[in-house]
Write a protein that binds this ligand. Structure first.
Ligand SMILES: [Zn+2]
Length: 100
């Protein structure tokens, strides 16, 4: 019998193993399972936290690759872009430069 299995059996005999949120508060399995591994207090804080939307960029000339320029400016302003967005704007602007 492995040491890990014996530990599991010991926990079983002492009742449900103690679970804790990352903040350190004890939480039930049901609470952690339904609230995304958070205790109720952490879940309320998570729900009320401000989630910033994409940065609005001004003075972008219109055109077929304005989307790429907007993404470039958003990245420069500190927005987190997806890998696809980052690669797409770079590819579009590189293509535009080589065509000009
Ligand atoms: Zn918590």
């Amino acid at each position: 019998m492995s040491r890990a299995y014996r530990k599991f059996e010991d926990d079983e005999q002492q009742g449900a193993p103690a679970l804790a949120c990352s903040c350190g508060r004890a939480a039930s399995w049901e609470e952690l399972s339904s609230l995304g591994a958070r205790c109720t207090l952490c879940y309320r804080a998570y729900c009320s936290a401000h989630v910033p939307g994409p940065t609005k960029v001004a003075n972008v000339p219109e055109g077929p690759i304005a989307w790429a320029q907007r993404l470039k400016l958003r990245e420069a302003a500190g927005d987190r872009l997806t890998i696809v967005q980052r690669e797409a704007w770079r590819s579009a602007l590189r293509h535009e430069e080589s065509a000009a």
